[in-house]
Design a protein around this ligand. Structure first.
Ligand code: UT7
Length: 327
């Protein structure tokens, strides 16, 4: 094959994860709020979540996940081009989590920035990284989702505090010249609707220490929009690539609610074994949920090189989107 037939793409060459040591079961939550294991498990599929200790910050967890992704790909931190961190729970307004992670990793050459798109943060980050790599701006980007939602949960609101957990996931993207049917990020599609900002938001700005920021959600409304918007985003990804659902090897959805995940899987006609689910173990870790799920399925051997993987997410904003990757 001549070089002219090759195209520059962003390949996923490594993943990593970090979960806080403390595991909080649904039974543990009943000691804190008026809820039950049955309600949480039946309505959401969640059985447990991880809650961060004081030292397990977005930077700490993101650096651990990022370090693991670099090691998996065999790329030295000094060679890394950029770091993008999807987070709604940065340690500080600035310096950004990304730049703090740059320091922690010793990734001296890398520039970095945080990206605010709530639960869609990883898909948004992946899209920006893919565009930067295709444009030739950088040769490698670490895309990280790192979240400490336990610090913005309102434990007086049982409708939200049982749903979220903490953690970080990372994916390394590296430039490669590949044939059209080769590996890499094939497409990303991003969307937003700010008119729906009031159905899922955090009611406070960073630094207002006298008024702790809390997550607020109209769960029923978010649920209603999630199913139809996510179905649209996955259809858009398939259409753009001239594919059908039968071509997809694995769906790696944002992990908010097992019922939403099942709904999208059913719309695609995918059997359950081709839908990656971690919401039972991690709960909703916002921007970290997709890279955590991706990492779990790659390391346990389900997702193998060559697999066609569809990602989708929806979060506060509203923001939503999809990405199609061949490993
Ligand atoms: O990641 C960002 C995207 N977020 C999402 O995708 C979340 C989308 N929404 C959801 O997943 C679901 O709407 C929830 C899991 C949040 C709620 O499930 P639901 O089936 O929509 O329940 P609901 O809010 O309609 O509440 C049903 C009942 C209510 O009682 P009444 O008014 O019917 O008597 C609630 O008070 O369940 C009650 N309830 C609870 N009961 C026990 C709400 N939270 C709890 C709880 N434990 N933790």
């Amino acid at each position: 094959m001549s070089d002219a037939a090759l195209q520059r793409r962003a390949l996923l060459t490594g993943t990593g994860a970090y979960l806080p040591e403390q595991i909080v079961s649904n039974a543990d939550m009943t000691a804190r709020v008026d809820t039950s294991d049955e309600w949480i498990a039946e309505r959401t599929g969640i059985k447990q979540r991880h809650f961060a200790a004081p030292h397990e910050s977005a930077t700490f967890m993101g650096a651990a996940a990022g370090r693991a992704a670099l090691a998996a790909a065999g790329l030295a931190p000094e060679a890394l081009g950029a770091i993008i961190v999807g987070t709604s729970t940065p340690d500080n307004a600035f310096p950004s989590t990304a730049v703090q992670i740059q320091a922690a990793l010793g990734a001296k050459k890398a520039f970095g920035f945080d990206l605010s798109a709530a639960c869609s943060g990883f898909i948004y980050g992946l899209s920006v990284a893919d565009a930067m790599i295709r444009a030739g701006q950088v040769d490698s980007v670490l895309v990280i989702g790192s979240e400490v939602y336990s610090r913005i949960l309102n434990f007086a609101d049982r409708g939200t505090c049982v749903l979220f957990g903490d953690g970080a996931g990372a994916a390394l993207l590296q430039a490669r010249d590949v044939p059209a049917d080769g590996a890499g990020v094939l497409s990303t599609h991003l969307h937003a609707d700010g008119t729906l900002g009031d159905i899922l938001y955090v009611d406070g700005a960073t630094g207002l220490r006298d008024k702790p920021a809390h997550l607020v959600m109209n769960g029923r409304e978010v649920f209603r929009h999630a199913v139809s918007l996510l179905a649209g985003a996955v259809t858009e990804a398939l259409t753009a690539n001239g594919l059908t659902a039968a071509d997809i090897d694995f769906l790696v959805p944002h992990q908010a609610n097992k019922r939403i995940i099942d709904g999208v899987g059913k719309k695609l006609g995918l059997p359950p074994e081709r839908v990656i689910v971690t919401v039972d173990r991690h709960a909703n870790t916002s921007a970290a949920s997709i890279p955590l799920a991706l990492h779990a399925a790659i390391t346990d051997g389900r997702i193998k090189p060559g697999a066609l993987v569809l990602l989708e997410a929806l979060g506060g904003g509203l923001t939503w989107g999809s990405a199609l990757i061949r490993l």
